[in-house]
Write a protein that binds this ligand. Structure first.
Ligand code: DC
Length: 216
């Protein structure tokens, strides 16, 4: 069984996907983490995202592994656990930029299909229901207003004891939404047969309850 959860940044996809994976005892695959790993590799190399020749070399030599430690997904790049590094703010932007390059998508989509063909999986991303698994048994498209998504991120950072500026978070999210939904290859888009849930004003328990009701 494949469950596809797509939507823009901060709509609650990963929390819902983790919840479902645990509840149904199936694997969770965070596909954004894979684009982030390539973004990190390109960032560390220092070549520009537009230097496709170099990006291709980096992609071909990239060893990305998804490992599950006590049920939690960890991401390894070239033998190193990069689960924390890929969450840094500047890597979000890099991930979005490299994800627009078609050959990057080919490699990562192939990996995603291989992983999910071995076991029942819930995947979250931008193109799972449209491109990666158009025949997924369940497809959800989560949205929320940009204010709500920025506010969630803002609170998350404050809870972690990090400094945060609401307006710049909101701007970054808007920019990333624009990039992800306007690229030529596999843009962020609701699949025609996906169930759309606007999570604005809902807490995560309510979203999970609603989805659980549908996935019996
Ligand atoms: O879900 P995330 O914010 O961790 O994803 C980081 C970036 O990766 C996102 O801005 C766009 C890209 N991405 C994608 O193009 N396709 C996916 N299936 C998942 C993520």
């Amino acid at each position: 069984m494949v469950i596809a959860i797509d939507g823009p940044a901060g709509a609650g996809k990963s929390t819902v996907a983790k919840f479902l994976a645990k509840k149904l005892n199936i694997v969770y695959l965070d596909t954004g983490a894979m684009y982030r790993a390539i973004g990190l590799k390109v960032y560390n190399d220092g070549c520009g995202v537009d230097d496709h020749e170099r990006v291709k070399e980096l992609l071909d030599s990239a060893d990305i592994e998804i490992k599950y430690v006590d049920g939690a997904q960890t991401v390894w790049l070239d033998g190193k656990d990069v689960s924390k590094d890929i969450r840094l703010n500047h890597i979000s932007k890099m991930a979005s930029d490299v994800s627009a390059i078609p050959f990057v998508r080919v490699k990562l989509v192939d990996m995603q299909r291989k992983i999910a063909s071995k076991q029942s999986t819930v995947l979250d991303g931008r193109d799972i229901g449209t491109v990666v698994f158009p025949n997924a048994e369940y497809k959800f498209f989560l949205t929320a207003t940009v204010e709500e998504r920025a506010n969630r991120r803002y609170k998350e950072l404050l809870e972690k004891g990090q400094s945060a500026d609401f307006e710049s978070i909101k701007k970054e999210i808007e920019q990333r939404d624009y990039n992800d939904s306007h690229r030529a290859t596999s843009p962020l888009k609701k699949a025609d047969d996906a169930i759309e849930i606007d999570t604005t004003g809902m807490n995560i328990e309510q979203v999970c309850a609603k989805i659980s009701e549908i996935v019996k």
